[in-house]
Design a binder for this molecule. Structure first.
Ligand code: ADP
Length: 398
């Protein structure tokens, strides 16, 4: 295949990130990356960098809504400073129960993904909007949906099925799993030596962990939504359902409608809980580490809950995999929080996980386990955009 510029679009609730790759037979070169951030505010940021990190665009526009934000990106990309994309890959967080394969985007496919927006209300509406706009603003250019749920399609039914009445299961309520493109990118980076029994912990603002056998997902901590699983920046993770009912009853005392009560509960479990809720300070691990140095007990408790949950999850996945060959840390916390990796692994010696404190004193790609550790422990940054480009190239070849 001749080399082609591929645009990757990754939309979130308050930002749109993008990158442009030159992709041909076995060749992938990142040319540019950029983002608009702060959607819904008067003072957003909009930047584009080249491969050497030089800023070609660096603005602080008002970003009242996603339409203004996406128009800025499209107008910039239509200028002669950037190669016109030959194909576009969209990161789509959740395809629902029927859209399981990465594929060419058509108006019908967007409608189908949209029909399951209630399953991922914080992620699907923006992705649907960007896909629709992209079809009309880049006419004639193939757009592909690359799903975060795709990697998890190999999970067995005993893992995906939820213990709820069948009528809700039939509506698509099941475990989907997220961060799939990140997990795939870790497996891709380990090829051709992918260990049989692998656990990957993706620890970023959102955090999850997966058990992977022979490169295929066996289990993952996030469930119907990215709010499930291990606690993260501002999300509860898995929680006793009775807690949700208790909070819902409290909210209902002052809510004017059931919908308002449900929306307020959503904000509590997705935006006000996790590290932020426990610390009452921040959802950002760097802030919490600084506060711990100053003796802040709530920050200490928040971080302890985080590392304790992850250690427990690793233990259960070792049982599920019936052993472990390799543990990989990835994501902003996984790559940079040296103390966090040490705290998570401190009590896992009996599972064969032994860190080398000197090797662990590192940010970014490294082997951090002790020489004699039965399990190899590594830090590997995710390569999500590259993975999306790989899928786009494969689909273009079909
Ligand atoms: P997202 O899920 O938004 O992609 P990232 O993967 O960028 O998030 O991870 C963000 C998290 O990484 C934040 O909690 C941040 O504090 C943490 N982080 C980044 N650098 C460091 C560092 N040097 N030490 C500890 N935590 C860090």
């Amino acid at each position: 295949m001749a080399s082609l510029p591929v645009l990757v679009l990754n939309s979130g609730s308050s930002s749109i990130k993008f990158s442009i790759y030159e992709a041909g037979d076995g060749q992938r070169t990142k040319l540019h990356e950029g983002a608009v951030d702060g959607i819904g505010t008067d003072l957003g940021t909009f930047w584009i960098k080249d491969a050497e990190g030089r800023k070609l665009v660096d603005e602080t526009p008002a970003l009242p809504n996603r339409a203004v934000a996406f128009k800025l990106v499209v107008d910039a990309l239509h200028s002669s400073d950037f190669p016109a994309p030959a194909a576009i890959g969209h990161r789509v967080v959740c395809g629902g129960p029927t859209v399981k394969e990465n594929q060419l985007i058509t108006p019908q496919l967007i409608d189908e993904i949209d029909s399951y927006a209630a399953l991922a209300p914080l992620h699907t509406p923006i992705a649907v909007y960007i896909m629709r706009e992209s079809l009309s603003l880049f006419p004639g250019i193939p757009n592909f949906a690359i799903l975060d749920t795709y990697f998890h399609r190999t999970m067995p039914e005993v893992v995906t099925h939820m213990p709820i009445p069948e009528e809700y299961s039939a509506m698509g309520v099941r475990r989907y799993g997220y961060h799939g493109i990140s997990y795939e990118s870790i497996v891709y980076q380990l090829e051709p030596n992918v260990p049989e029994k692998l656990i990957v912990a993706h620890l970023g603002n959102g955090a999850s962990i997966s058990a992977i056998r022979n490169g295929q997902c066996l289990d993952t901590s996030m469930g119907l939504t990215p709010t499930g699983g291990i606690i993260s920046g501002s999300r509860t993770g898995d929680i006793d359902p009775g807690v949700l009912l208790f909070i819902l009853h409290k909210i209902a005392e002052t809510a004017s409608s059931a919908t308002e009560a449900a929306d307020r509960l959503e904000i509590v479990v997705s935006k006000k809980s996790g590290l932020l809720g426990v610390s009452e300070l921040s959802n950002d691990m760097r802030d919490l580490r600084d506060a711990i140095k100053d003796g802040n007990a709530k920050a200490r408790l928040a971080v302890d809950k985080f590392t304790w949950t992850i250690a427990r999850w690793i233990g259960s996945y070792v049982a599920e995999l019936n052993g472990l060959d390799m543990l990989v840390f990835t994501g902003g916390i996984g790559e940079n929080d040296i103390a966090g990796r040490a705290e998570i692994c401190a009590g896992l010696g009996a599972l064969g996980i032994v860190l080398d404190p000197v090797r662990n004193n590192v940010r970014g790609e490294a082997v951090i386990s002790a020489e004699n550790s039965p399990v190899t422990v590594r830090v590997i940054p995710p390569a999500e955009d590259l993975m999306i480009v790989n899928h786009v190239v494969r689909l273009l070849g079909k």
